[in-house]
Design a protein around this ligand. Structure first.
Ligand code: UD1
Length: 425
């Protein structure tokens, strides 16, 4: 998620005002797929991932792994990984395009005994340091230093050793690094203040199927006993709860009726409660939900939190919903310090939003107006798409390369629901 992604001149045009209706099938989760793919660096005996979303970010990770020596072949949402890493250095050209590339550091270190990974840099939504990933490597016995824009980690001939990883702050990526780096370390690792996100549970589930000894995942304390080797594994990636939540908001934006399928409603429990408070009717089934929205959304305040709280990755989209609410709402962002980049663009569309510190105050307006707007990051781009679906007239959304990082076949999915949407140069 940074400023240097492969930019294109593509734009999306949306003419708003259509009530969205029908079914949408949700893809595999990008945020689960990325760490799972890096497991190919330590799962060298055979590894297949299914329900793989075909996205700019997953293709980029695939190229990064290929450069490190892991062949990966894609067919109908299934990716087979073969081989072990041949080199220990990740390329700057690829790492600079995606912050999640830092996730290769631990598995590469575990596999090769040393790793050189360029610093992923800052990004639009905040400074996003990597100190907690470094803390993980050091707690497991690695020597870590920085040189010429690279982070360099290495272990002695005895390899990685289990240790105590006590996080001063909850981090999804660093928890994933801790799990991936310690499964093959000698002895016991205890992770304190671990994140609970469903994507972390999915990562651990895959590793457990491969023979790893991991306990307590989904709680704040995770205990891992290192094993000597990991076995071949086939794993199905969990559904993308953020994509599902974005479509649920699309129903609220357009007084729609949308059946969202191939999901795990439990992963969205808190978010769905909030959506219900805003007036949408929600029917929950085992692997699907139906959202019916028949009136203007009601205002409801939220604070972003780590799982199981309201996800920061749905904050921008929820702000689009509140911008047409029948009253005022507050949104407090607690995870990233600069995640309100969508606000000036929503203002262009006629929203009434002000920001003080990390709190956005939104006074709902009756109508948004189609406008030319610019997406600044992945979730901001979906916020603008949602606003455009509700707006009067046509919107032109620039910066679409951000959207392509995390939403598979978005125009097809929205136009199947009745949206008037097209992409052009
Ligand atoms: C992941 C998700 C991202 C989501 C975020 C929070 C992926 C690929 N991305 O990002 O979509 O928005 O979780 O749910 O899964 N931090 C540090 N030091 C570190 C690492 C993080 O201070 O070494 C801080 C961050 O700046 C941020 C907070 O910790 O303020 C949480 O970030 P983190 O949970 O690590 O996010 P990511 O794993 O990068």
């Amino acid at each position: 998620m940074n400023d240097f992604s492969n930019e294109s001149n593509e734009k999306i045009f949306i003419t708003g005002g259509t009530q969205l209706q029908g079914n949408v099938r949700i893809s595999g989760a990008k945020n689960a797929a990325l760490p799972l793919m890096t497991l190919s660096l330590i799962l060298n005996k055979g590894f297949t991932l299914s329900n793989m979303p075909d996205l700019a970010d997953t293709r980029l990770m695939s190229n990064l792994l290929a450069e490190l020596g892991i062949n990966n072949s894609w067919k109908f949402g299934k990716v087979n990984f073969h081989g072990a890493p041949k080199i220990n250095e990740a390329s700057y050209e690829l790492v600079r395009q995606m912050r999640a590339s830092i996730l290769v550091l631990g598995p590469l270190l575990a596999s090769k005994g040393s790793a050189r990974v360029p610093l992923p840099g800052g990004c639009a939504i905040g400074t996003r340091p990597i100190d907690l990933h470094v803390l993980v490597m050091e707690a497991l016995g690695a020597n870590v230093y920085y040189d010429s824009g690279f982070i360099i980690a290495s272990v002695g001939s005895e390899g990685l050793k289990g240790g105590l990883i006590d996080f001063p702050k909850v981090s999804v990526g660093a928890t994933e690094s801790a799990i991936m780096t310690s499964v093959l370390a000698k002895g016991k690792t205890t992770i304190i203040n671990a994140a609970h996100e469903p994507e972390i549970v999915d990562l651990a589930k895959c590793l457990i199927s491969a023979g790893a000894d991991i306990n307590g995942v989904g709680t704040s304390t995770i205990i891992i006993n290192g094993v000597n080797e990991l076995n071949p594994v086939d794993h199905e990636i969990v559904p993308d709860r953020i994509e599902a939540g974005s479509f649920a908001i699309a129903s609220g934006m357009t007084k729609g009726n949308i059946e969202i399928t191939h999901i795990r409603p439990k992963d969205l429990e808190f978010f769905l409660k909030v959506l219900n408070y805003t007036g949408s009717e929600i029917k929950i089934d085992t692997n699907s939900i139906n959202i019916t929205s028949s009136k203007r959304p009601e205002p409801y305040d939220i604070v972003t939190q780590t799982h199981p709280g309201f996800p920061t990755d749905l904050q921008a989209q929820y702000m689009a919903l509140m911008s047409i609410a029948s009253g005022s709402a507050f949104i407090k962002e607690t995870i990233f310090e600069n995640r309100f980049m969508h606000v000036p663009e929503l203002l262009r569309m006629g929203a009434n939003i002000s920001i003080k510190n990390q709190i956005a105050s939104i006074i709902g307006v009756k109508e948004l107006k189609g406008s030319k707007v610019m997406a600044s990051d992945l979730r901001a781009s979906m916020s603008l798409i949602l606003a455009a679906l509700a707006a009067l007239g046509t919107s032109e959304i620039d910066g679409i390369h951000h959207l392509d990082r995390g939403y598979e076949k978005i125009e097809d999915k929205l136009s199947n629901l009745g949206a008037i949407i097209r992409r052009s140069k």
